[in-house]
Design a protein around this ligand. Structure first.
Ligand code: ZN
Length: 286
């Protein structure tokens, strides 16, 4: 029952226009568990499932041992998404640990269960990837309780975020983001790349997922840094700007955005209104 309670709490933290579409997931590992609701996007194109989000939280904590995921959906008939199955298999491709998957409803009734999602798609067999960072990795939180007084202090954590990325190969370039919230907490994150390259999640989004999943959504600032931009400020991509814009409206926040040069003190400062002019919004949020 403790599990159901935890899932319901995460479900309530989902960001969805239509709460009937919300889900919540717990990813269980050898060392702990990671819980998140889903993060919908008005574009639909950018929506993030709770399974995706919970796996992201695990790697942000340097934990590569997830072995099962339990999802709560407000339904009596489970819809098993092949896209989510692929996402979970892609995770295993890098951790080499099979992942079980269960869908339950709000009454706690099991609607679907498998001990290994890879069995559901025997035709999908990506070659295993061995990441050096997984070997000898130590589980470590991706948060710190610290009052950030100036942007360059935020950058220190954005750089830490790069180390928490989940790439497809060892020499991949890294992005890192730090989010500072009103509660005095910093969440740092790297990018979660995905096989087939599309629909991976950028570090900005992952740091925000970390904050929202802990009900620490009152975001004051978001800072990003990249190994690709050592001496000039990097930029956030259009996808991240769109999602940050949407989330800012939904949560009624107006975070300061900082784009840092990795090796110099140079940075650019933006507001989302200025950084994403003429933003598209759905009527619902106007
Ligand atoms: Zn981006």
């Amino acid at each position: 029952m403790e599990e159901l309670k935890q899932l319901k709490k995460a479900y309530a933290l989902s960001i969805e226009k239509n709460m009937a579409e919300a889900t919540a997931s717990i990813a269980y590992s050898k060392f702990g568990s990671y819980t998140s609701g889903s993060v919908g996007s008005d574009t639909n194109f950018l929506s993030i499932s709770s399974e995706q989000a919970s796996l992201v939280l695990s790697v942000l904590n340097n934990d590569y041992t997830v072995n099962s995921i339990v999802t709560l959906a407000d339904t009596d008939k489970a819809e098993v998404s092949p896209a989510i199955i692929k996402y979970i298999i892609d995770h295993t491709t890098r951790t080499h640990i099979p992942i079980g998957y269960k869908i339950i409803n709000k009454k706690g009734k099991t609607l679907f269960e498998t001990d290994n999602v890879a069995k559901l798609a025997p035709f999908y067999n990506p070659l295993p990837i061995t990441l050096a960072k997984i070997k000898n990795s130590k589980v470590e939180k991706n948060t710190a309780n610290i009052k950030i007084k100036n942007p360059l202090e935020l950058k220190v954590f954005a750089i830490k975020g790069i180390e928490r990325n989940f790439p497809l190969y060892n020499s991949a370039s890294g992005y890192g983001t730090a989010v500072f919230t009103k509660s005095g907490k910093v969440h740092f994150a790297g990018q979660y790349s995905k096989l087939g390259k599309s629909l991976g999640l950028h570090s900005e989004i992952n740091a925000i997922i970390s904050a929202i999943s802990q009900n620490d959504w009152d975001i004051e600032s978001i800072g990003v840094v990249s190994t690709k931009y050592p001496d000039t400020p990097c930029d956030m991509c259009g996808i991240c700007r769109q999602l940050i814009g949407e989330i800012s409206i939904k949560l009624n926040i107006s975070p300061k955005l900082y784009c840092f040069a990795k090796d110099t003190d140079e940075y650019a400062e933006h507001t989302i209104d200025e950084y994403l002019p003429s933003a598209w919004t759905s009527k619902k949020w106007l």
